[in-house]
Write a protein that binds this ligand. Structure first.
Ligand SMILES: *Cc1c(COP(=O)(O)O)cnc(C)c1O
Length: 451
């Protein structure tokens, strides 16, 4: 097999070989043959294709780096893992073992965090949809409830009265940070005084204990300055609470949203050249917080709910070439066994794709399609790629954020997910779905059954 020559039906095409661009000569494609020392072949043999692979080592490195970068600039820092970015139990648990709390946005995520052993007091409960039942549970378990709107505030007040309980609350604040469109559908607005109003109502109620202030200004944010503005506006609200009510909030939570190094479709330069570094985000946030001269013993803890920037580069998707094609235009196309069903973020990002074996130098502008019977199933619209054979493997990088929460079971079922552990072993962390898994949730009415 390996010594068989690559053959492709001849086509006449414009020749680009050796083309120079502003970054130098055209790139050669390096094969990616392993992940953390485990070969792609070994992984596929054992766990099949397509296959999601995570690196425990990289997750820990990312989290430790982020903590160090923030702690050198601001002394009190606590991370809370954003469940919706990736709530596979093994992933959450690595973050929890690194000391992160849980940041959840639904009752399901709340219950998952509790099941993983996180105490209520270490759960930050965000989001516009918290059922009465979920709120009551969160109040009882002393979770930090980040109130999104007045109806939620009233419901919490009712519940605390009804059950004679006290609730630990914060408010989510939305504000103008110079990035448009503004995310003003979540939380209370800063500029129009709504946030101040909400705080006053909380302070009037003996059952509510204000513990923090929260903002999550957007996702894949490409400016650090927006975070400085957000931090300084939350610090001003903290000062208001101190001056008016002599209350020092125990934390200021700047949410998530730092851009990862995945490159957006339509972005010309690679992400690592255009998005701010973690240091720049940290510098901006601490500058915003230091604008208010908190007394040392009253300095609020800085909470961060960073999601994508901590997980994106730790996930890889291995996929197998199903077919080579020439489109009617003469363009080369590749069909692989992972589509947008598994790579929802393919709609936004130009994920790096590498061949997993030596694939020669016959590089050509190629479109990579997934296996679905839908025209929109495109993994890469355009990529310089060597010619691969049916059965060859490719590795898609930067798939750790949102893909394993937004993937869908469409036409094909979801595949295995494994983690390469720090000690070099490989653990299965989510089993591939099968027909029984699907049928388990379905109910076929008796009268529709075929005899
Ligand atoms: C989604 C979300 C996060 C994480 O956002 P990333 O862009 O993944 O960093 C943090 N906080 C809240 C409230 C969120 O909704």
């Amino acid at each position: 097999m390996a010594d068989k020559k690559r053959y492709e039906r001849p086509v006449i095409n414009k020749h680009y070989s050796g083309l120079m661009n502003k970054f130098g000569s055209r790139p050669t494609t390096q094969p990616k043959t392993e992940i953390d020392g485990v070969t792609i072949n070994e992984l596929v043999e054992k766990y099949g294709s397509p296959l999601y692979v995570y690196s425990e080592k990289q997750i820990r490195i990312n989290q430790r780096n982020a903590l160090r970068i923030f702690k050198t600039r601001y002394p009190k820092v606590q991370f809370a893992w954003s469940y919706k970015t990736n709530y596979l139990s093994a992933i959450c648990s690595v973050f929890h073992k690194e000391g992160s709390w849980a940041e959840v946005v639904s009752e399901f995520e709340y219950d998952k965090a509790r099941k993983l052993g996180i105490k209520g007091e270490n759960i930050i409960f965000n989001g516009p949809d918290k059922s009465r039942n979920a709120l009551l549970k969160a109040i009882k378990e002393k979770a930090k409830i980040h109130i999104d709107h007045f109806d939620e505030l009233y419901e919490i007040i009712e519940l605390t009265e009804e059950h004679k309980l006290k609730a630990q609350v914060a408010i989510r604040v939305n504000m103008d940070v110079g990035v448009y469109p503004k995310w003003d559908r979540f939380g209370f607005n800063y500029e129009n005084g709504e946030a101040g109003q909400a705080l006053k109502r909380i302070m009037m109620n003996p059952n509510l204990q204000i513990v923090g202030l929260h903002a999550h200004i957007g996702t894949y944010m490409m400016t650090a300055e927006a975070y400085r503005i957000a931090a300084s506006k939350l610090a001003l609200l903290a000062r208001f609470l101190k001056d008016e009510y002599d209350v020092a909030v125990s934390y200021i939570d700047l949410g998530g949203g730092f851009a990862s190094h995945n490159t957006l479709i339509g972005q010309y330069l690679p992400a690592e050249e255009v998005v701010p570094s973690m240091e720049q985000f940290a510098e901006a946030i601490s500058a915003g917080l230091y604008e208010l001269n908190f007394k040392v013993d009253e300095m609020p803890t800085l909470i961060l709910e960073t999601g994508r920037a901590l997980i994106d580069n730790t996930g890889h998707l291995i996929s197998t070439v199903l077919a080579n094609k020439r489109l009617s235009s003469g363009r080369r196309a590749l069909i692989i066994d992972a589509g947008v069903n598994l790579l929802f973020t393919g709609f936004w990002y130009k994920h790096p794709v590498s061949p997993a074996q030596d694939s020669g130098v016959n590089i050509e502008d190629t479109t990579i399609y997934g296996p679905l019977c839908m025209n929109i199933d495109v993994i890469r619209e355009t990529i310089n790629f060597p010619s691969l054979r049916k059965g060859d493997k490719v590795v898609i990088d930067y798939v750790g954020a949102y893909d394993n929460t937004q993937w869908m079971q469409f036409i094909n079922m979801r595949p295995n997910v494994v983690m390469v552990m720090e000690d070099g072993t490989v653990e299965l962390i989510r089993k591939a779905e099968n027909l029984d898994y699907i049928l388990d949730r379905e109910v076929l009415p008796e009268k529709l059954k075929l005899k």
